[in-house]
Design a binder for this molecule. Sequence first.
Ligand SMILES: *[C@@H]1O[C@H](CO)[C@@H](O)[C@H](O)[C@H]1NC(C)=O
Ligand SMILES: *[C@@H]1O[C@H](CO)[C@@H](O)[C@H](O)[C@H]1NC(C)=O
Length: 193
Amino acid sequence: MNSTRVSAFLLSALLLLVLFSRQSDATRSPGKSVKPKDFVSSTCRHVKYFDVCVSTLQSSPESSCADKKGLVLISLNACIAHAEYTVAYAQQLMNNATAVASTGDDGDYAKQCLDDCLTQYADALDELRETVMDAMNGTYDSVNAKVSAAMTDSESCEDGFAERPGLASPLAERNAYFSKLCSNALAVAQLLS
Ligand SMILES: *[C@@H]1O[C@H](CO)[C@@H](O)[C@H](O)[C@H]1NC(C)=O
Ligand SMILES: *[C@@H]1O[C@H](CO)[C@@H](O)[C@H](O)[C@H]1NC(C)=O
């Protein structure tokens, strides 16, 4: 017997096993499942930021065999990862006098804003981490409330900079992207609730 064929057979058997077990709670039957890429884009058709949705979901290797719940979890994890990245960036900025000065402020006010942002993103992260459990046990109204709260935290961060005329928010781009990721995660979760 050709050993390449045997291992190819074993590999596809394993793949089927993984696919079937992941779909155990899905309403789709494995027999008529659509192609993964189509599933991602058909899901993303329901969100406001389609391109962000597709790139978020496809950047996760798990999306190729995820069911809808899996796509919700990937979307939530993208929000969490971006919040963590924003916290790290804000911390780096606070310790960089050149960066603080380039916001157009003497420094103290901008630093205070950054400090407030760290607090707001810490709250957002607490909420977002809870949503992973909520999504796994299917309490989507709780996912909705917590992701919305996290979006408000990020808006408060941005508002801090906006309150002082002439001050440029060094986190503007990151806050805006966070808002898109959260909006998409809400919409994907909405498909299941
Ligand atoms: C500090 O900020 C400036 C301006 O944003 C940047 O060019 C520089 O690389 C930063 N330095 C460090 C150590 O991060
Ligand atoms: C779902 O998980 C959350 C934890 O975030 C918990 O508070 C809630 O009671 C759980 N709900 C169910 C139905 O298990």
